[in-house]
Structure formats: C-alpha cells, structure tokens
Design a binder for this molecule. Structure first.
Ligand code: COA
Length: 167
C-alpha cells in the first residue's frame, strides 16, 4: 500500500501534475493557492505519495457559523454567542488515480488533527458541498447539513475527534 505524508504546500511540489477530474480545483492549486496563502486567506496542505507527487490537497481558513442556524440539538449545548468560531475546509480534492481508496477521508482526519493542534477556538469544521456527490461524500464522513444553508455542512470538532479516535 502507498504511504502518504501531509505537508504545507511548497513551491517544490509539482502542482501541474495534479488532476482531480475537477478543473476548477486543479486550477486553484496551480494558480491561486499561493495567492491565498500570501494574502492569509487560506492555508493549503498536500498529501504526498512516496515519490513526492501530490495525491490530494485541502485548504483551511477561519470562519464562523451563526448559532441560530445550527440544528436545535447542537445549539442547545453551546454558549449563547451570536456566532461561533469554526474552521472552513474551503477546497478538498484527490488525484483521480488515488480516488476511492480512503485518502479523502484521511485528509479530513488530517484537517481535524491540524485544527486541534492549533489550540484555537473552532467549534466545528465547515464545508460547502459543491454538488450532490460531494454532499454524499461529506455525509459519509460525519458532516450534517446546516438547515437554512443550501450547501453548507458542519461537523462539530468534539464529534470529529471521537470519530477519528474510534477508527
Ligand atoms: C470527493 C473526493 C474528495 C472523495 O475522496 P476519495 O478519496 O475518493 O474518498 P474516500 O475513498 O476517502 O471515501 C471515504 C468515504 O466516503 C465515501 N464516499 C466517497 N465518495 C462518495 C460519494 N460520491 N458518495 C457517497 N459516499 C462517498 C466512501 O464510500 C467512503 O466511505 P466508506 O469507507 O464507508 O465506504 C474525491 O473523489 C475528489 O477529489 N473528487 C473530485 C473533487 C471534489 O468533488 N471535491 C469535493 C469538493 S466540495
């Protein structure tokens, strides 16, 4: 089995060879990821295979979620702040040849561990599912819909940490 390591995106990584089947995501990695890093609007992390090729990537950025948009069962356990801090996985993509083998799930676990390691306030991970396939993938990985938001889904960090500890 191929072993992967994750790392902060660097200019040494070959971004041109990355193909996920979604051109907008490939283009983001090639052309915009470093701009976002430079402007401090996203961090970008890559999974590298044993040859050093990019097998997948994701981005993280600080975000917030209004308390009153959360399902009542989740909201009732939280302080009455109008908005809660959260961490946005803005983009996530796996190379076509590596899809369907657990790497997408592993990168979500990496995002959970990385967020925890920052020791900052982040009540939940947030994603925007771009289509039904992405929604099904995130639902299979523990994310629930935010009722009033068309695409936005959330996974409380406390639940996320329990999920990865149980694997
Ligand atoms: C969506 C994507 C990130 C999933 O990554 P992956 O490595 O192929 O997925 P994994 O193998 O880690 O799957 C993990 C779990 O999610 C499930 N899953 C994966 N894709 C799914 C889908 N389309 N529908 C339902 N479940 C799905 C798997 O069955 C697996 O669950 P299981 O272990 O219970 O069987 C990847 O296919 C991809 O990069 N697609 C193109 C870009 C994209 O759509 N990104 C989403 C951005 S919103």
């Amino acid at each position: 089995m191929t072993a992967f390591v994750t790392a902060i995106l660097s200019r040494d990584h070959d971004r041109n060879g990355f193909h996920s089947g979604v051109e907008a995501l490939d283009r983001y990695l090639r052309e915009f990821a470093f701009q976002d890093i430079k402007r401090r609007v996203a961090g970008c992390f890559v999974a590298l295979d044993d040859a050093g090729e990019i097998a997948g990537f994701y981005t993280l950025a600080a975000t917030s979620v209004p308390l009153n948009l959360l399902p009542p069962a989740a909201a009732k356990k939280l302080p009455r702040y109008p908005v809660l801090p959260a961490m946005l996985i803005g983009r996530l993509a796996i190379a076509t040849k590596r899809q369907g083998r657990g790497l997408g799930r592993a990168l979500i676990a990496d995002a959970i561990i990385r967020t925890e390691s920052f020791r900052i306030g982040a009540y939940a991970l947030i994603v925007d599912a771009k289509d039904e396939r992405a929604r099904a993938f995130y639902a299979a990985n523990g994310f629930a819909s935010i009722p009033a938001e068309a695409r936005r889904m959330f996974l409380p960090m406390a639940t996320a940490l329990q999920l990865i500890e149980s694997v």
